[in-house]
Design a protein around this ligand. Structure first.
Ligand code: NAD
Length: 435
């Protein structure tokens, strides 16, 4: 099939590369010409494991092409996938300006009958709205049909999640269009759920809100565990063994971040309020998360009395491991809170420093190795659970620090590692402190 993908971000690029990998001819379009220039050189503008290999393989095979020209890309496409960003507006609702522009670009340049697939996360009713928008701006006499096909990939495992998804949601009232999209995905051998567009749109928000709620729930339990002397890791393991609950998303820590959960929970809350039925569970989910992001700062303040002049080594900047994405990363709020209290922060991250500099700026300094960040530090904060932090020579870090104190915001250091450290103050989330 000939497919055009609008937007080469985390979702559009992963989707384009994977559709080429299963044999389709894919043209990816982006308005960001620098991104397109990078992609044309066979390089990925984002860090995503396995992506660059598939990009090079499929570009060399001639199945994957990049362009900044909508005219060129839409000339031959039978299926057009919209995967542009839908960030958050100031009032919490989804900002649809990019998808509106993508719809207008598309309306101007489609020259053949096609299927328009909305993969971006959009509020209920947006597929209908975009259909009207395209119709109103159509330049040529062509027919197009709409399909809602929300995306569920996780950054850090986007390729695997796309190739081995749990399910593919196809929201479409027209059977022929639905069949064609099923055919497009058929080689992936993933179960389909066929529904209408509004239900498909809601499935995406309800899924993300539920996962975010699970995280805030276990974080609330973690804080209570600390108060009553229980261990949240054992509590979560015990809960997760119950098949009705499941163990995923029950890792206590300093809260969720990223480009999806924060904005999607707020957008769903906005929709619920708009319809006069506010989902108060989501109000609590957001409140717990925002408070949790400052947990380590509060613990450090409690421990030292003041943070003025204290040196803090921060390990991890990206919102989760295996990505360079800094959108809504807890490290941002933590850096700002620490520096506002007069602390000096030196941070290390395996891949996110370049992006972090743009968001956090020079109020903190950046190191190119954990040991350099730890040098002379009063305390070490673990903010992102990168695999390399689990394997750290923690003793070596403690030996160069001023005080042997660790605040682990992701509960990622194993007991055996701590036992080899000698004297240490280790403070994690929802577990008794080790002193
Ligand atoms: P992103 O910001 O990484 O990428 C969006 C891309 O679209 C950018 O490169 C931008 O330049 C491009 N773009 C904007 N307007 C355009 C236009 N008119 N034509 C062509 N390109 C245009 O966004 P993302 O993280 O890939 O997310 C895309 C959508 O998918 C969002 O709605 C998001 O909520 C959803 N989603 C994201 C994830 C994730 O993990 N990132 C997972 C599931 C769903």
């Amino acid at each position: 099939m000939r497919i055009a993908v609008l937007g080469t971000g985390y979702v559009g690029l992963s989707t384009g590369v994977c559709l080429a990998e299963i044999g389709h001819h894919v043209i990816c379009i982006d308005v960001d010409e620098r991104k397109i220039a990078t992609l044309k050189q066979g390089k990925s503008p984002i860090y995503e494991p396995g992506l660059e290999e598939l990009l090079i393989k499929n570009s060399s095979a001639g199945r994957l092409v990049f362009t900044a020209s909508h005219k060129y890309a839409l000339n031959e496409a039978d299926i057009i996938i919209i995967a542009v960003g839908t960030p958050q507006s100031d009032d919490g609702q989804a900002d649809l300006r990019y998808i509106e522009q993508a719809a207008k670009d598309l309306a101007e340049h489609i020259v053949r009958d096609s299927i328009v697939v909305i993969k971006s996360t959009v509020p209920v009713g947006t597929n209908d709205y975009i259909k009207q928008l395209i119709f109103a701006h159509l330049k040529n006499k062509v027919k197009f049909r709409m399909v809602s096909n929300p995306e569920f990939l996780r950054q850090g495992s986007a390729i695997q999640d796309t190739l081995k998804a749990d399910r593919i949601i196809i929201g479409c009232e027209e059977i022929e269009a639905s069949n064609i999209i099923q055919e497009m995905y058929r080689p992936l051998n993933v179960p389909f759920l066929l529904t209408d567009a509004r239900s498909a749109e809601m499935i995406k928000y309800a899924s993300n809100a539920f996962l975010a709620m699970k995280i805030s729930f276990i974080n609330g339990i973690a804080n209570l565990c600390e108060a009553v002397g229980a261990d949240v890791v054992d509590v979560a393991t015990g809960m997760g063994l119950d098949k009705r609950i499941g163990s995923a998303f029950l890792n206590a820590g300093i809260g969720y971040g990223g480009s999806c959960f924060p904005k999607d929970v707020k957008a769903l809350l906005h929709t619920s309020k708009e319809h006069g039925m506010p989902l108060s569970l989501l109000v609590e989910t957001i409140a717990i998360n925002e408070e949790q992001q400052e947990l380590l700062v509060k613990k450090a303040l409690n421990r030292f009395g003041t943070l003025t002049g204290k040196k803090i080594a921060m390990l991890g900047l990206s919102f989760k491991p295996e990505t360079d994405d800094m959108r809504e990363a807890p490290s941002i709020r933590i850096s700002r809170a620490l520096t506002a209290l007069g602390a000096e922060v030196t941070a290390y991250d395996p891949v996110a420093v370049t992006n972090a500099r743009q968001v956090i700026g020079d109020v903190i300094t950046y190191a190119d190795a954990p040991i350099k960040a730890a040098n002379g530090a009063d305390a070490l904060f673990i903010v992102t659970e990168w695999e390399e932090f689990r394997k750290l020579d923690v003793k070596a870090l403690l030996d160069v620090m001023k005080h042997r104190i660790i605040f682990d915001g992701r509960n990622c250091l194993a007991e055996e590692v701590l036992q080899e450290c000698g004297t240490i103050e280790y403070c994690s989330v929802g577990r008794p402190a080790v002193i």
